[in-house]
Design a protein around this ligand. Structure first.
Ligand code: ASC
Length: 150
């Protein structure tokens, strides 16, 4: 197949995927983005326990978890559609849909810090992992402080 045709089909696939997110039921989008955050906490927490000396450092688990987090960190965001602004079962503040650029910057920051965490994990440098873990945690907290109800 010609390259242009392949690109066109790939672009169509992406459009269909984005449309599917846009048309999903708001309640489902909320459930799905929460699921992504739940798994993010699942794989982030043990790294924290290790860098804080509460659990023995296991480089293989840190590297695995950080790799999972790189993928998970990309998942919640297409669930924050304006259509979800009126869903009750969420702590997400309505400001998210009024400050789209700021919210996206916050989400981008978290993803960038997780990329650094994964790189630190691969390097095997525990001090680098510790520093990167702290930066990821701060990026989580900044977004929670701004955009999540207590
Ligand atoms: C976690 C977790 C969060 C963040 C946040 C960082 O382990 O579940 O939501 O870190 O507490 O401040």
């Amino acid at each position: 197949m010609k390259k242009a045709a392949i690109a066109a089909i790939a672009a169509l696939g992406l459009t269909v995927a984005l449309d599917a997110a846009a048309q999903a039921k708001p309640e489902d989008l909320v459930k799905q983005r929460k699921a992504a955050f739940t798994l993010t906490a699942k794989y982030f927490g043990p790294i924290g326990a290790m860098v804080q000396g509460k659990a023995p450092y296991d480089a293989a688990i840190v590297t695995r978890n950080a790799g999972f987090l790189e993928t998970l960190s990309k998942m919640p965001w297409d669930g924050f559609q304006a259509s979800t602004a009126d869903v009750k079962e969420t702590r997400a503040k309505p400001e998210i849909y009024k400050e789209g650029d700021k919210f996206k910057a916050s989400a981008d920051k978290m993803q960038a810090e997780i990329v650094k965490l994964a790189a630190a994990a691969k390097s095997g440098d525990q001090n680098a992992v510790k520093a990167a873990f702290g930066a990821v945690g701060q990026s989580c907290k900044a977004c929670h402080d701004a955009y999540r109800r207590d």
